[in-house]
Write a protein that binds this ligand. Structure first.
Ligand SMILES: [Cu+2]
Length: 318
């Protein structure tokens, strides 16, 4: 892959920002050895294999919510869809998805014996040629694009080939896992990569308060990654987007970007502001005491409990 040296430089700048040990150490009293979540690109084949085995395993375990004929994997899509308006275009977007990723990580471990941590797809690194990213490898990754030759857009390779899913938005609609990458045949940039490049993320990071930062992160790179993978027919598009197992690597990366932003100053860790209702952006009524629901997928939590990844409760970093 061809990246300019300027691109590498900008990535290195972000990596340096991950260090800032004085801030994190002070906050991590009670969390002496945080688990470090890995980049998929940096994980070895054994680590990737362990993750994929557990993620496949979740697609075979009966629903924890008691929904007949469906799986725990389906439960995640169901809950995300049910809560969709409470968790997007609102202040709770980041803390709720932090909780959701954590619940998925817990399910990988408790249901399927996964020994590792959540992993992330650093799409910034791959934004110049997203279709060539290691996450799509048919053997050591999540499989690639859906099939356009038969018009189904079903994913036909990798560990989730022909995976059967229960839900599509509000409906029970059994279907195969679908991806329709945008502009793969066209001139670069493909898969909307230009919308989640280093330049875009650097621009998102110029926002110094939570209110503007979370809005920019959600509406720009986060949304572009969903759309670039999903296209018009894929599972990453609708409100049931956790149907595609890559959802969790995408949202762990979103969580990591928030974490990196929080690391830049002590006051950012509990900086929280915004609206509760997506239709009332101007109502800055969200508080740290708001409840984040999981509808039975795991325990409900408060926003406050999700703000500091370095708390004894969460105890992880990147
Ligand atoms: Cu979401």
């Amino acid at each position: 892959m061809k990246y300019s040296s300027a691109f590498y430089y900008a990535v290195a700048t972000i990596s340096v920002a991950t260090a800032l040990p004085s801030v994190s150490r002070a906050r991590q009293a009670g969390c002496s050895s945080p688990e470090i979540r890995k980049s998929w690109n940096d994980a070895n084949d054994a680590e990737r294999g362990a993750y994929l085995d557990a993620a496949v395993c979740l697609t075979t375990k009966p629903s924890r919510l008691g929904h007949t004929g469906t799986t725990i994997h389906d439960d995640f899509a169901w809950v995300h869809n049910k809560l969709f308006r409470d968790i997007h275009g609102v202040a709770a977007f980041l803390p709720w998805h932090r909780l959701f990723v954590q619940a998925y990580e817990a399910a990988l471990r408790t249901e399927c014996g996964y020994p590792g941590s959540a992993m992330y797809w650093d799409w910034v690194r791959d934004s110049a040629a997203p279709s060539l990213a290691s996450v799509w490898d048919p053997v050591t990754g999540f499989g690639g694009n859906g099939s356009s030759t038969d018009g189904s857009f079903c994913v036909r390779d990798g560990p989730f080939a022909n995976l059967q899913l229960a839900y599509w938005n509000n409906d029970t609609t059994p279907h195969c896992l679908k991806r329709q990458w945008l502009d793969v045949q066209g001139p670069t940039p493909e898969m909307l990569g230009i919308a989640y490049s280093q330049a875009i993320v650097t621009d998102v990071f110029t926002n110094t308060d939570f209110l503007s930062f979370h809005g920019s992160l959600e509406s720009r790179p986060h949304a572009a990654v969903h759309a670039g993978i999903s296209g018009y027919n894929g599972d990453m598009g609708p409100a049931t987007s956790p149907n595609d197992p890559i959802f969790f690597l995408h949202h762990t990366q979103v969580d990591r970007l928030w974490w990196l932003w929080q690391q830049e100053s002590e006051t950012r860790v509990y900086d929280y502001a915004g609206n509760v209702d997506p239709d009332y952006l101007g109502d800055l009524d969200a508080t740290l005491d708001d409840t984040l629901e999981l509808l039975g997928l795991g325990p409900d939590r408060t926003v406050r409990e999700m703000m500091d990844a370095g708390s004894s409760d969460l105890c992880y970093g990147y």
